[in-house]
Ligand binder design. Sequence first.
Ligand code: AGP
Length: 613
Amino acid sequence: MCGIVGYVGPRPAAPIILEGLRRLEYRGYDSAGLAVIQDGRIELRRNVGKLSALAENLEQNPVHGYIGIGHTRWATHGKPSEYNAHPHRDCTGEIVVIHNGIVENFLELRRRLMAEGHTFRSETDTEVMAHLVEKYMAGGASLLEAVRRMLGDIQGAHGIVVMSTRAPGQLVAARMGNAGGVTLGIGDGEMFIASDLPAILEHTRRMVFLEDRQLALVWADGFECWTADGRRITPQMHEIPWDPVSAAKGEYKHFMQKEIYEQARSITDTIRGRVDFERGEVYLADVHINAENVWNIHKVVIVACGTSYYAGLVGKFLLESLARLPVEVDYSSEFRYRDPLIDEHTLAIAITQSGETVDTLAAMEEARRKGARLLSIVNMIGSQAQRISDDVITMQAGPEIGVASTKAFTASLVDLYLLGILLGTLRGTLPVERRRELVDELARLPEKVGRVLGDGNAYEELARLFFQRQNFLYLGRGINYPVALEGALKLKEISYIHAEGYPAGEMKHGPIALIDKNMPVVAIAVRDHVYDKMISQVEQVKARDGVVIALATQGDDAIAEKADHVLYIPPASPLLTPVLAVIPLQLFAYHVAVRRGADVDQPRNLAKSVTVE
Ligand code: AGP
């Protein structure tokens, strides 16, 4: 997760920016940098590694300026290095940019700008933004207008801050999609910008949260907000309560809600530094499987609990499709007592957000005892699961506080997708063209997630209609059957309504006896190879006076003729559809629980990490 801090006012900018970046350290990064305007010139200081290296650099090479921007980077495009660290400059060195997100179309923009004579200094996608702003300012645009026009050229979801010596005393901030928050802190005669509240909370509690497709022009005594299409707007001002817990929640009512809405950014961060989009290659730094030892793996066994187990069920589809390896998935609590048939030719994958779930740790020990290679997909850095594994893929989703797991689930799916590409590449099951398609789909995922999150109100209205029901059935097929299970679990564990996930094809073997107007059915009926089968299920439920909430693909109007309510998600590759399909189910469960007055972040009887048997 990249951290962003900006300052303009009467005080030296560098110490404020450095301290702000320190407050964002929990987000993880591999390089850091800042720029200030000093005597009419941009002074840039950047370092690989921790903030201490940047602080030492500033000690030895101090800067003096009253306006500046700073950034901690988790590499996306281009390895961690000084020249890839933010801020990035244009050709003249008079414009600098810091950025959170992925410029999906940066390759074509880079080529076009180079053809127009621009010289690039880094391998990053971010640098194209600086050159685009340079191009528009050269044409006479103001800094604000140049940034606005740049936003029109780039695709994807972003949080951005731009500064230029040609616009002294001004910063321009922008937010596109949900890949990175942009918060304005309003001080007395000074202004702050940050990707997260903790970076600036010590200076002010008066905040403005930029929303999707919004820009802000900021100077020491104030700010203006605009939409990306050029309309002036008056944003809502928030007074943040001082206590750190509610500050950590920011603009959200619950951690679960915040973590659901963070998923465009957390997915961006899960991808960061792991994909070469041009070559269609995946790099997983802590996975030591290579072109030789990959052939020792004859099968995969996935062990996990709860939501992580459902991620494993999706993982079976991903790894079998991409790597052509047979995959078994088992509840950790079952695996360890069934004397499993595994040996040194088994890759045992543990999926665990906390990395401390005792059943999963025990399953890992059992797999190790039988000679399996251990790989864990884990969110909490330094956890036991991570320590005992041969290979580790970190989810990079940031802290997940809500007991109900949301962003860790979608991060797990992306990690399994990345692992599938890596194993498929090593095993020769993925030609380069297919790999390029797969990574291109991945690059477009955060923006699609942001679009699903943008429809928040639809779920509140639906929750109002259904929050008093006592039972639900969730139906899915194929790769989306595990999503039905996860959707049912979300509803169960935070609203205490009984909900059951079922493979839709099994309805006629019993569960259809349950259907009547008191048993709402959530049917995942996205446009895929089993769509017609799902439509037939919807019709069977309707024929028995059932009530259907369908989850469908945008553009599918036909389903609205059959279902009582429809929630839409953008079209995506079948392998990534579960990442999008789960989000409406998370939001529906959240709003039902809120309406029922449940303790959303700490549901009764549950713990965030089950460290007892
Ligand atoms: C999910 O919402 C639940 N909180 C629970 O099922 C959880 O996924 C399970 O306990 C596994 O936790 P882990 O991923 O930390 O191992």
